[in-house]
Design a protein around this ligand. Sequence first.
Ligand code: 7PJ
Length: 278
Amino acid sequence: MLKTLTCADQALDIVTPQIMGILNVTPDSFSDGGKFTQINAALFQVEQMIIDGAKIIDIGGESTRPGAKDVSEKDEISRVIPVLKAIKQRFEIIVSIDTSKAGVMSEAIANGAGMINDVRALQNEGCLAIVSQCELPVCLMHMQGQPRTMQTSPQYHNLIDDIKTFFKQRINQCEQIGINKQRLILDPGFGFGKTLTQNYQLLAHFADFQCLGLPLLAGLSRKSMIGNLLSRDVDQRLAGSITTAILAAQQGAKIIRVHDVKETMDALKIIDAVAVQA
Ligand code: 7PJ
């Protein structure tokens, strides 16, 4: 199994699980006047996540929450790229771009991104081609349907097998266009076209995806599968989020995508201290 990912100018050690800190660049953040203040707020949050132990900062300019509206490529670029540039100017950190648009990927690659994170697994027009022209690691996530409607009535023949089949097809597509398998990261996509039961089934069987031989990423932080099970609003999901992060890490997740970096890091350190004694 791969021990390091080469993320542009930086190496990411994936022998033990690493934390990807989420930086949301919200829709109205960059409307002219507020630009400077908003970038500073983002930088402040990034600095704290780095201090707390994040090894990757994931920037997203498109909301993929259930029911979210589409964002144009132009708008997404103007939200995400100034923040990426500002982060790369000030910090030595791997920046991942959470996008499904070829134009955003291309701008991000040109401006120092260290990883591409695509919830649509490079299925949108032009994405495979853009990624084949760089050397960055790419996270391929599984989603059934599209964000606007994906939670309506997700259906699987066999949840785990169907997702594995999807991954195999996407890996093949990538390899055919010249994207080396060694660059790929897989994520079963918690909350993306899965019922509450299916999301817990996925977490119970997360380790099954290890058979594909690629690093796994898990994104569970503050998601509805936690809120709906516990009847907790989004700001009350910390304990649930840490528990799911631990369960994913113990089943081989190498990258854990979270909002609460400090608290998740504490949990991972405890797991690691136990693991070295086992
Ligand atoms: C995920 C993501 C995830 C990956 C989002 C949210 C929704 N990328 N982007 N995996 N989720 N790879 O954070 O609630 O689970 S946006």
